[in-house]
Design a protein around this ligand. Structure first.
Ligand SMILES: Cc1cc2nc3c(=O)[nH]c(=O)nc-3n(C[C@H](O)[C@H](O)[C@H](O)COP(=O)(O)OP(=O)(O)OC[C@H]3O[C@@H](n4cnc5c(N)ncnc54)[C@H](O)[C@@H]3O)c2cc1C
Length: 323
């Protein structure tokens, strides 16, 4: 069975690994991603500064493990040095549940998932029209892990969409946006807990602030600010400078001196249009068609977050081989 996997985020890599476990020939597996590296929303970035290279996690900041399958995989990644425990909670009274991070940034887990299984995704390769792609590189099955609206758009041209009832269900999966501000200050923030993470629930402006040096991934000061979904929607079309000024003011109490605009040695503003699904599809994957078989996977299925995306990818692999 020749399979095309679109996306080398955690869902696509989990799907590929599961296909190999189920006996699919590695030569029959084609994984493509439009990004420059693997990881998707488990993304890491760098900004050059006079003091050195500032490193940031700019999508997911951490992940948790609940089920046995993902826990076992993460335990292997820990043993291999790709994942380390960050903290056991962000509150003053930690809840004791481990929060994991990639050892050199969140992409470390995905890099390890690919390397350990001998997977070499084709990077910088964007699928615009799945049918046109299959005309050039035929496949019996497609596992699509892009955010659902984007996945459907690439299948509309060639008539690969599911039946109207399923198409209607899928069109009801909506996403919330997040604006992320990366700061390279000349000094570290001084108002944060020692682990360097601050999680905000129901804060009008903020969702998360990370001191990436305290977290252990940056050798020089580097701060990630995720704005709340509400504020991200409001500031979506604002200029980067306005977003920056807003983020610095909102996080002033944890940044302290590091929030001085004039003393920043670098910054970037990133807009995640599809940061996370508002509504989750009840099934871990959806599958339709015969030629090719199409499966959708990713965090919109099986539950948001990293573990849900991982499990959805595996389930999609099992579903297409089951067919
Ligand atoms: C700002 C932010 C904060 C988050 N915080 C957390 C957190 O703290 N904890 C947590 O557990 N989760 C968090 N998440 C969610 C977590 O990142 C996701 O659940 C998970 O990474 C999704 O994985 P995925 O494989 O489903 O999708 P993705 O990681 O998005 O992978 C999909 C891949 O498909 C590729 N692709 C898309 N379209 C095409 C195309 N047409 N052609 C080729 N390639 C394509 C993309 O480049 C991408 O690499 C956060 C996400 C964001 C954005």
């Amino acid at each position: 069975m020749r399979t095309l996997i679109i996306g080398a985020g955690i869902a696509g890599l989990a799907a590929a690994r599961r296909l190999l476990e189920l006996g699919v020939d590695p030569d029959d597996l084609r994984i493509v991603d439009k990004g420059r590296g693997v990881g998707g929303r488990m993304a890491s970035r760098r900004i050059k500064t006079p003091a050195g290279v500032a490193r940031f996690d700019h999508g997911a900041q951490f992940f948790t493990t609940r089920g046995e399958v993902f826990s076992d995989t993460v335990a292997e990644a820990v043993a291999a040095g790709a994942v380390v425990e960050w903290t056991r909670g962000f509150e003053t009274e930690p809840d004791g549940h481990p929060r994991w991070r990639g050892s050199a940034g969140m992409t470390s887990l995905c890099k390890w998932l690919a390397a350990e299984a001998g997977l070499e995704p084709l990077l910088g390769y964007r699928i615009v029209d799945v049918s046109a792609e299959l005309a050039v590189h035929p496949a019996d099955a497609v596992i699509h892990t892009a955010p659902v609206p984007q996945a459907l758009a690439t299948m509309a041209f060639g008539g690969l969409l599911p039946d109207p009832a399923l198409a209607q269900q899928l069109s009801e999966i909506h996403y919330k946006p997040t604006i992320t501000v990366l700061l390279a200050p000349s000094i570290d923030p001084t108002g944060m807990a020692d682990h360097g993470g601050a999680q905000y629930i129901d804060h009008p402006d903020l969702a998360f602030v990370t001191d990436n040096r305290a977290k252990g991934i940056s050798p020089v000061p580097a701060v990630t600010i995720h704005l709340s979904n509400e504020r991200s929607i409001e500031l979506w079309n604002a200029t980067d400078e306005d977003v920056l000024v807003h983020a610095l003011a909102a996080a002033a109490d944890v940044l302290e001196g590091a929030g001085d605009r004039a003393a920043l040695v670098g910054h970037q503003v990133q807009r995640w249009r599809y940061a996370g699904p508002v509504d989750i599809h009840p099934d871990a994957t959806v599958v339709w068609g015969n030629d090719p078989i199409v499966a959708l996977a990713g965090e919109a299925f099986a539950g948001p977050k990293v573990e849900g995306a991982f499990m959805s990818g595996r389930t999609a692999a099992e579903a297409i081989t089951g067919r």
